[in-house]
Design a protein around this ligand. Sequence first.
Ligand SMILES: *Cc1c(COP(=O)(O)O)cnc(C)c1O
Length: 397
Amino acid sequence: MHIFHNAEELTKALCPDIPVLLHRPHAARRAARYFLDQFPGKSLYAVKANPAPELLQLLWDEGVTHYDVASIEEVRLVRALLPDAVICFMHPIKSKQMIAEAYNDHSVRIFSLDTIEELEKIQQATDRANDLTLCIRIKVASEFAEISLASKFGIEVDESISLLQRSRQVAEQLGICFHVGSQAMTPLAYVNALERVRSAIVEASVTIDIVNVGGGFPSIYPDMEPPSLNHYFSAIDRTFEDLPISYSAELWCEPGRALSAEYNSLIVKVEQRRGSDLYINDGAYGTLFDAAHIGWRFPVRLIGCDTKSGIEYSFYGPTCDDMDHMAGPFILPENIKSGDYIEIGMIGAYGSAMRTKFNGYAAIEGHIVSDEPMDSLYSGENLDRSDRENILSFPGA
Ligand SMILES: *Cc1c(COP(=O)(O)O)cnc(C)c1O
């Protein structure tokens, strides 16, 4: 496939009539290398953020060996593509058939759970296997995250004692996991969650082999500029080191967004302008689900134009549905008109993963480009910024 330098070169050459997903393998590699080199433990990839086979393959090539999946389809996908990958089935509610297939046909040994009922199900489905790694998901707050994951899964610490003790009796390895919510804007989210892990370990007095701090590591978007990831890693490292666990206990994380956000951007075409509403050819049922449904503001630029200033626009997607609306505001030049192309950045996480076929607008093209993503947490100043809010400092650090 021809590799274009950037969106401008591509739109000049192809004048695409359907949306184009731009892939930046170099950006995903850089993110993976950063986690593998800097996170003070093992980094898993949370497949749901972006299950594109090329992305899974390049993360594997870069050294990511463990994959966090949440469905049997994701188990099959990863196993077919990466025969030697370690697959971690981290959805706390699974059917017996899914567990059995994962265990018997795809050599999955790592499962998460948050109830006694699920523990019994896992035991039955694996014929009381003695080689399981069981990760107990505890409930933690989502107060520092842009997207909450606090209400659906996880057991309260004071209810987790018997689950931890019973799981300890049947598991080869016992872990505790949590998820602080997606796009966590401060390292404090992890420190507070790890304090709950401490309470659980102390109250249950069980030996813990794995502490899994989950996903939630941020990317960078307009008005959502987090501290650098090194501040998250050092806060996690210090709090983990201080837990009542053995020296051999492992620290894991399972980022989705942080490893995939910079991998893609999107080119859309303006089909019509009505005042400050732009009717574009992708939307709420396509790559822009989060822009529509939770008002996520992705960075945008008019292709072929360097001005950063402009006026506020909102977007309508191509389907006939009123909900196909992305309020933004998105800042673009005043003179924008139908036929123009817009690049929407940082769409690699929860972008193409969300596409549906609704109303017949599923078609999309994919191309590799070699330029930089619109922003990056893994280059330049963003690598070590201490001037942003919510940096956590430890006395004597
Ligand atoms: C979604 C999810 C992740 C990834 O979360 P990000 O916020 O994208 O990093 C990790 N672990 C579990 C269990 C998840 O459900």
